[in-house]
Write a protein that binds this ligand. Structure first.
Ligand code: ZN
Ligand code: ZN
Length: 304
């Protein structure tokens, strides 16, 4: 959902960096206490390449590793085209980071032929594990719907061509996203509906198409009871977790700048509502991430 949030509030959040720093130690022990064995988490969707992290990106990664996050997928296309190159550079420099390349539906109207060529060549990079984020956002409609759909279709084509999974942003466009996957995916398209916020009916359709559903900090929000119902009901073998950092920090960090370490709060909420251990959530979601993104099975235990 990255660029959906206006720039202003993010800068305010960024200014309040003392929170995560001060609480890092307490949060870590609080999480570890509930986990008998340290199955690593995968934050399958964040934007730590963008400028909100320029001052403390290394510390953010250290906190993620301390919180048991073994792998982080840095999602390109969060604003400028250059966020894709930045995502790939981060993945080149860190063994536990991978990148995706795409353009957010908000920016669909600004994707030139040259930009598409650049993305096509970046997609061949060995550290790139998916195409996206792409998709549709009919809530904000920063780009006209027809332009979003045209761009989404091109990224679906690129995903099929490169045999990579696709990271789909979907806001108030369930029917159209489903139609795109069904009509243009050729039955070969794999992927994830990231930051899933739709209802059970939509969930069932995406699951029927073989897609994974990824839950963000929204599932921890007080008023997200309907979303928790979906998360409680859906099969564990299609579940993924993410932060979408710097956006959508989960409770109890809501309002702060989000970061990959906080994915543990998403996992804790999912464990609680499903009545299972956090380790089981870590186990399942990490295995699912390895499967979907084709990560080496030892990725999460490698030293970077
Ligand atoms: Zn998104
Ligand atoms: Zn995003």
């Amino acid at each position: 959902m990255a660029p959906a949030m206006p720039k202003g509030p993010v800068r305010e959040i960024n200014a309040d960096r003392s929170g995560p720093f001060d609480n890092a130690q307490g949060r870590h022990s609080e999480v570890s206490a509930k986990r008998s064995r340290q199955v690593p988490f995968v934050d399958t969707h964040c934007h730590i390449q963008i400028e909100e992290f320029d001052e403390d990106r290394d510390e953010v990664l250290i906190r993620a590793r301390e919180a048991g996050v073994g792998t982080v997928i840095v999602v390109g296309g969060a604003g400028a085209l250059s966020t894709n190159d930045q995502a790939v550079h981060l993945a080149e420099a860190n063994a536990d980071l991978y990148a995706t390349v795409g353009m957010h539906p908000h920016d669909a109207k600004d994707v030139s032929a040259e930009a598409m060529d650049r993305l096509r060549s970046l997609a061949e990079h060995p550290r790139v594990v998916a195409i996206g984020e792409t998709g549709l956002d009919f809530h904000y409609e920063y780009s006209p719907r027809s332009v979003q759909q045209e761009m989404f279709e091109r990224f679906v084509g690129l995903a099929i061509e490169t045999q990579l999974p696709i990271v789909v942003h979907n806001r108030e466009s369930d029917r159209e996203v489903e139609g795109m996957i069904r009509n243009h995916g050729g039955g070969r398209l794999e992927g994830v509906i990231h930051c899933f916020t739709s209802d059970t009916e939509a969930a069932r359709k995406f699951l029927d198409l073989g897609f994974y559903l990824s839950f963000s900090g929204i599932v921890t929000f007080k008023n997200a009871e309907d979303l928790r119902d979906v998360a409680r009901w859906m099969p564990l073998d299609r579940l993924l977790i993410e932060t979408d950092a710097p956006f959508l920090a989960p409770v109890p960090k809501r309002g702060q700048r989000n970061e990959p370490a906080f994915v543990c709060f998403v996992a804790e909420t999912l464990a609680r509502i499903r009545g299972i251990e956090v380790d089981e959530i870590a186990d399942a979601t990490t295995r699912n991430a390895w499967t979907l993104f084709g990560l080496p099975a030892d990725a999460s235990v490698r030293e970077s």
